[in-house]
Design a protein around this ligand. Structure first.
Ligand SMILES: Cc1cc2nc3c(=O)[nH]c(=O)nc-3n(C[C@H](O)[C@H](O)[C@H](O)COP(=O)(O)OP(=O)(O)OC[C@H]3O[C@@H](n4cnc5c(N)ncnc54)[C@H](O)[C@@H]3O)c2cc1C
Length: 332
């Protein structure tokens, strides 16, 4: 068990959030002989922590869990501990521009700390919205943890070929997800709206187009409220409805979007957001200003927080780009 890292007053980089993107940023900074302070709330807040098997990670032909991959990334960072501090559980509460650099405030070991840096990399990720029953989300976790409910088409679509799938959601995104699943040659799809009217808030023309495409695929929506889940032991996604009926699928697929896009800190720094709510960066990971649309000096974003595809290789690539740009531009 490693001891606590020693906090220095200032670093070349502060990395806010140390999931796959933030850990890669820390690794690259250390390899480039720069110092970095990685601040992470905890691995269980990384999106991939509950992914039992990921198949697109280079070097792991049999797949690897998100949990195991994070462990390996942490191990690599800890080997550079003379330059890279990995502080967890540490929650970043504020980042402000100060002179040529930044001051980052965070909670760690029951105290508030402020650390300074020349550059900041925002790698806070995003948080999936979970299906609720009676206002609680706990019910879904056993099924999600066993990958009987998926959250990411790009990640897990290939696992759904030949399977019956229940899409969880009621809006246009849920409808489009249901249609996109057929690219992966699923056996059948139903949409479970959890008691809400299907496509209720969607404009009539779009609703008609979606409904016609769904009809052509034989996709129907079940609008009865859900009261519970079954089938874990049989490795199936069983759903109990308020009217006493049950339905069983091979898999569930949550199409509920994001619970938290972690916009608060980026907004306080004047970052621009795209229409979906992601931080906008240029190709070097530099965050663009909402007012000028020019890069904000020394401020970068990597991983799911920024506009791009929410995938781990993308998190790594955007982290590398950000660090290399700062290395060649700010940190002489
Ligand atoms: C079920 C599931 C399966 C997936 N499967 C795959 C797959 O097979 N292949 C693939 O490529 N991708 C997959 N993904 C997507 C992948 O998990 C994400 O693209 C990846 O985790 C993004 O990395 P990130 O570092 O941007 O964010 P995250 O890994 O989510 O890390 C963000 C980090 O920020 C920290 N944080 C947040 N707020 C604060 C704060 N205020 N202070 C300090 N720290 C903070 C959190 O603790 C967290 O560790 C999957 C996602 C899910 C949900």
């Amino acid at each position: 068990m490693p001891g606590f890292p020693r906090l220095k007053p200032s670093y070349d980089f502060v990395v806010a959030g140390a999931g796959h993107a933030g850990l890669q940023a820390g690794l690259k900074a250390g390899l480039l002989m720069r110092t970095a302070c990685l601040l992470d709330r905890g691995r269980k807040y990384s999106r991939s922590y509950y992914a039992p098997k990921m198949d697109n990670i280079p070097g792991f032909p049999d797949g690897i869990s998100g949990h195991a991959l994070l462990d390996l990334q942490v191990e690599a960072v800890r080997r550079l501990e003379s330059r890279v501090g990995y502080f967890t559980p540490a929650r970043v509460t504020a980042i402000v521009r100060e002179g040529e650099g930044y001051a980052t405030t965070f909670e760690w070991l029951a105290a508030t700390h402020t650390v300074r840096s020349k550059a900041v990399i925002l790698a806070l990720g995003v948080v999936d919205r979970m299906p609720e029953i009676d206002g609680k989300i706990d019910g879904i976790f056993p099924w999600a943890n066993q990958a009987l409910v998926d959250f990411c088409l790009l990640c897990d679509g290939h696992e759904l070929t030949g399977r019956t799938v229940a899409v969880l959601g009621d809006d246009a995104f849920a409808a489009r997800t249901a249609l996109d699943l057929f690219d992966f040659e699923v056996a059948s799809v139903e949409v479970l709206t959890f008691g809400r009217p299907f496509l209720g808030g969607v404009a009539p023309a779009e609703r008609a187009a979606l409904q016609s495409a769904l009809d052509a695929r034989g996709v129907r929506a079940v609008e009865t409220p859900v009261v519970g889940y079954d089938g874990l032991r049989e490795k199936r996604f069983g759903v109990r409805f308020a009217d006493g009926t049950t339905r069983t699928y091979d898999r569930g697929f949550s199409a509920l979007g994001w619970y938290d896009l972690h916009q608060e800190i980026p907004r306080s720094l004047g970052c621009a957001f795209d229409p979906d709510g992601y931080v906008i960066t240029d190709d070097d990971g530099r965050v663009l200003s909402a007012s000028t649309h020019e890069p904000i000096p020394g401020l970068y974003a990597a991983g799911d927080l920024r506009n791009g595809w929410n995938q781990i290789p993308e998190a790594w690539a955007t982290a590398e780009r950000a660090v290399i740009h700062a290395f060649s531009s700010y940190l002489d």
